[in-house]
Design a binder for this molecule. Structure first.
Ligand code: IMP
Ligand code: MG
Length: 192
């Protein structure tokens, strides 16, 4: 297969110019996000929505998903940490940026990049439910069910994947690679 490029011209990308293996191309991501947006639009049945993005990983997903949802929507963002600077989770979740707007009585969609152990979303769901929203749903672009520690499922899942560490389309390794347009597999050679 051909080497990947950073433009829009090559579709059959399997590796990027940095030698990273592509798991989902930007085209596959866009197609799936469009489907998810259509499903969420149907489920909302014309009701308003507050989308809560989990910083920083969900930034691109929220940006694209919100434009695929055809209802009156507003945004808010929270930030939580459960990971250190590398691949290993500390186990503890901490809220480092809270909601800016009240969500009481609102339809809330939590937008996350990846549901892994479930520690982060379990913690966030508990906090958000204390605010008594009208409804609370979760959309995650990726799901790694085999890694789950907490019992939690997303209402909308882009792709379910095996236990691989992934980067790109917002997802990082030690804050790097978030701006890769495709979702790639992290390899040991790239973790220096
Ligand atoms: P959880 O609390 O274990 O479910 O982890 C959630 C957070 O860990 C995600 O929002 C990501 O920020 C991060 N994370 C988990 N797996 C990966 C991965 O494969 N690549 C990049 N970040 C990940
Ligand atoms: Mg995250």
């Amino acid at each position: 297969m051909i080497d990947g490029v950073w433009g829009d011209t090559v579709c059959m990308v399997t590796t990027t110019s940095q030698g990273l293996q592509v798991l989902y191309t930007r085209q596959q991501i866009a197609a799936r996000v469009t489907e998810m947006g259509a499903q969420i639009t149907r489920d909302l049945d014309g009701e308003k929505l507050v989308m809560i993005g989990v910083l920083r990983g969900a930034a691109f997903f929220l940006s694209d998903l919100s434009r695929a949802i055809q209802v009156d929507a507003t945004f808010d963002f929270v930030a939580a940490t459960s990971y250190g600077k590398g691949r290993r989770s500390s186990g503890a979740v901490k809220l480092i940026k809270d909601l800016d707007e009240p969500i009481e009585g609102k339809n809330v969609l939590v937008v996350e990049d990846i549901l892994d152990t479930g520690l982060t979303l379990c913690y966030l769901r508990k906090i958000f439910l204390q605010h008594q929203p009208k409804s609370l749903r979760i959309a995650t672009l990726l799901d790694k069910p085999s890694r789950r520690i907490e019992k939690i499922e997303a209402d909308y899942v882009g792709f379910s994947i095996p236990n691989h560490f992934v980067i790109g389309y917002g997802m990082d390794y030690a804050e790097r690679y978030r701006n890769l347009p495709d979702i790639c597999l992290m390899s040991p050679e790239n973790s220096e």
